[in-house]
Design a protein around this ligand. Structure first.
Ligand code: HEM
Ligand code: CA
Length: 297
């Protein structure tokens, strides 16, 4: 029911407006791409791509964005969507859904950091609820065992290989020390010993300074490529869940595959992102076109 040309009549400049907004934002704030891709993942993985992640809490409701797992989502991801929505409301009022904006902004930002293109299907409607309490166990943590992560993806229709491909998003962006300091402190973690020392140093002032963070991919941190997979066998995977992909026989061969073949990784990542963008979408009366992305109409 979603179509590629959904806004061609009702908002002909839809794609141009989003592209202008994301380019300006990414040039001034290069962390925007990673921020938005993670925002998209967290929105889609919790009950479908319906922009429920953008809703602000009220006195009566604690929204998804205020659940502990989402507190580290960077403001720049939210900001770029709000900017695009503002521009789109001027051009075509109450026409474009916030969930379609997240989807297209994510695709376009991925390209600005060197990632692959994929077509997006449009016509999503936005959720009318966003509850922190509905998120329990839907999103993976770095400490979640790989078996459980596999289950979380399979229960949403994603194969093990698609899960490994999507994890390649950690080719860009960063993680706060809190997400991996426990692993650094342990023995036999699989870390390259020199990398472990460097991480200890980088996080030495933690938790006095909770903003301390490290690139997910220390080799090419700002470039979307297959370096993430090349790092893992060398003990340079940052999160326990990254390294875990090499410890489990079900995922290990895909890490090796994508480490050898960037074209295949790009092809599979693009396909999996398109599939993720269609997960649990709401159409018709099941959703609405929000006037503002941070509040239900
Ligand atoms: C497979 C299980 C996954 C786990 C356990 C996981 C966990 C995490 C954690 C803990 C961070 C650091 C957040 C912070 O400290 O600010 C992070 C960052 C990130 N994640 Fe994941 N993630 C997973 C899968 C994914 C997927 C499937 C995507 C997208 C398709 C994704 C995209 C990102 C991006 C782009 C960042 C960097 C964010 C930034 O720089 O602002 N992750 N992830
Ligand atoms: Ca990279």
């Amino acid at each position: 029911r979603l179509t590629k040309d959904y806004y061609s009549k009702s908002c002909p400049r839809f794609f141009d407006i989003i592209r202008d907004t994301i380019s300006n934002k990414q040039i001034t704030t290069p962390t925007t791409a990673a921020a938005t891709i993670r925002l998209f993942f967290h929105d889609c993985f919790s009950n479908g791509c319906d922009a429920s992640i953008l809703i602000s809490s009220t006195a009566f409701n604690t929204a998804e964005r205020d659940s502990s797992i989402n507190l580290s989502l960077p403001g720049d991801g939210f900001d770029v969507i709000v900017r695009a929505k503002t521009a789109l409301e001027l051009a075509c009022p109450i026409t474009v859904s916030c969930s379609d904006i997240i989807t297209v902004a994510t695709r376009d930002l991925l390209i600005t950091v060197g990632g692959p293109y994929y077509d997006v299907y449009l016509g999503r409607r936005d959720s009318r609820i966003s509850k922190s309490s509905l998120l329990t166990d839907l999103l993976p943590l770095p400490s979640t065992p790989i078996s459980r992560i596999i289950n979380q993806f399979e229960s949403k229709g994603f194969t093990i290989q698609e899960m490994v491909a999507l994890s390649g998003a950690h080719s860009i962006g960063f993680s706060h020390c809190k997400e991996f300091v426990n692993r650094v402190a342990r023995n036999n973690t699989g870390y390259n010993p020199r990398f472990a020392v460097a991480l200890k140093q980088a996080c030495s002032n933690y938790p006095k300074d909770p903003t301390l963070s490290v690139f997910n991919d220390i080799m090419t941190p700002n470039k979307f490529d297959n370096m993430y997979y090349q790092n893992i066998p060398k003990g340079l995977g940052l999160l326990e869940s990254d390294h875990g992909l090499y410890s489990d026989p079900r995922t290990r061969s895909f890490v090796d595959l994508y480490a050898r073949d960037q074209d295949l990784f790009f092809k599979d990542f693009a396909k999996a992102m398109q599939k993720l963008s269609l997960y649990g979408v709401k159409t018709g009366r099941r959703g609405e076109i929000r006037r503002r992305c941070d509040a239900i109409n």
